[in-house]
Write a protein that binds this ligand. Structure first.
Ligand code: ATP
Ligand code: MG
Length: 254
């Protein structure tokens, strides 16, 4: 009950706090376009700073709203049949400039997999966060590898980087709201620690799974498994079933 009150509070406040942002942005645009007269360099610089921070606030409130939807089970998916390979390629094209800027290469190995039913925009949102994390936590000169493979009648997507990696302690908490590794890196780099919480909510709403493997200094890899359609259990072939059992056997022992 307390949880429900909390979720409702979160939902109402983030919504209410978001409303005044629209007129703020409109006025900013008018000022910046010289609608109220010419501006000098310092005024423009100041307005740009207000604009950047307004956008940040808007993003943060959007994330909070999304989390409250996830927690209350009100996340509505807009499901359509999609070619995952195309969805990933489009997302990678969109992210490439920020990787180029940091001299990080993005390589893809995308198999042809049967179309599956997903909320396209939300899966793109998940991929964007995973790829932006991979870029953010990888030093210049590193690389990000994205793969897509068949997994039973569903699919498995992996985003691998050569970055800073994570200790077991960190790894266990990355999907919790507001969690960020407590070193100077994440703080200097920014963000709010809501990205992976939202990713997990979206993937689980699809009936899928998301998890990561990582070691400090050895990079990280995030895996996503998606069923052929939300809520449908994945049917594995006999080979895959055996491989899966062997993997679980070793994982339980490590
Ligand atoms: N690829 C990665 N390599 C190393 N650490 C990572 C990686 N991805 C996530 N992390 C750790 O997990 C934390 C949480 O990630 P998450 O995406 O939820 O938040 P964020 O990127 O810090 O902020 P936001 O996504 O809300 O802008 C990060 O701050 C970082 O400490
Ligand atoms: Mg993130």
């Amino acid at each position: 009950e307390l949880d429900e009150a909390k979720t409702q509070f979160l939902s109402i406040t983030s919504h209410e706090l978001r409303t005044p942002i629209t007129p703020i942005k409109t006025q900013l645009q008018l000022l910046l376009r010289g609608f109220y007269g010419d501006l000098n360099e310092r005024q423009i610089k100041s307005l740009r700073m207000i604009e950047r921070n307004t956008d940040r606030l808007n993003r943060l409130l959007g994330d909070l709203l999304e989390i409250s939807r996830i927690q209350s089970g009100r996340l509505k998916l807009n499901i359509t049949k999609q070619n995952l390979k195309e969805v990933i390629e489009e997302t990678v094209d969109f992210m490439r400039p920020s990787a180029d800027e940091k001299k990080i290469s993005i390589e893809t190995r995308l198999d042809d997999v049967p179309d599956i039913e997903i909320d396209r925009d939300r899966i793109i949102q998940v991929l964007q966060n995973l790829i932006s994390n991979a870029i953010k936590f990888t030093p210049s000169g590193g690389r990000v590898d994205i793969s897509l493979k068949k997994y039973g009648d569903g699919a498995i997507i992996s985003v691998k980087d050569t970055g800073v990696g994570m200790s077991r302690e960190i790894r266990e908490k990355v999907f919790e709201p507001f969690f960020q590794a407590d070193d100077w890196k994440s703080r200097k780099i920014g963000g709010t620690g809501l990205g992976l919480t939202i990713c997990k909510g979206i993937i689980e709403a699809h009936g899928g799974r998301i998890w990561c493997e990582s070691e400090p200094g050895k990079g990280s890899v995030f895996h996503i498994i998606l069923p052929p359609k939300p809520g449908r259990e994945i049917k594995l072939s006999q080979d895959e079933e055996i491989r899966e059992r062997i993997k679980t056997f070793f994982e339980e022992r490590s």
